[in-house]
Design a protein around this ligand. Sequence first.
Ligand code: ZN
Length: 155
Amino acid sequence: MIIAKDKVAGIHYTLRDSKGNVLDTSEGSDPLYYLHGANNLIPGMEEGLEGHCTGEHFQIDVSPEKGYGVSDPALLEEVPRKAFGGQEIEVGMQFETNEGQVITVTKVDPDFVTVDANHPLADQNLFFDVEIMEVREATEDELAHGHVHGHGGDH
Ligand code: ZN
């Protein structure tokens, strides 16, 4: 069975940046299962996986436009230093907002801290090494919910 809309695929992947650093991998854990055509993955991954079948092992290169986006200067914000309490703040630190968004500290001034709410992988070319472990039909429930059930998927 090939990967197409409304199929569920289980893939192993290793994500590297343009310097070859491993950013993320499924190695050592279960494959990542996703519902194809439901925006579960970034667009570049869905395009790269479409039409492939179980057992194939290949690389998918994803541009920022088809990955985590091009950074938007409007998402940089100055926050009063006191909002962080007495905590030591350094450039590169990441925090999760109440909405679950990851923000990264890009500048520290005596009174203000500049945080960037762009995705940490914005502007990056991404190199995925993927191996397709399984392709199956999605169940009616999965199609209705727009995501995979079981295999670590939520409900
Ligand atoms: Zn569900």
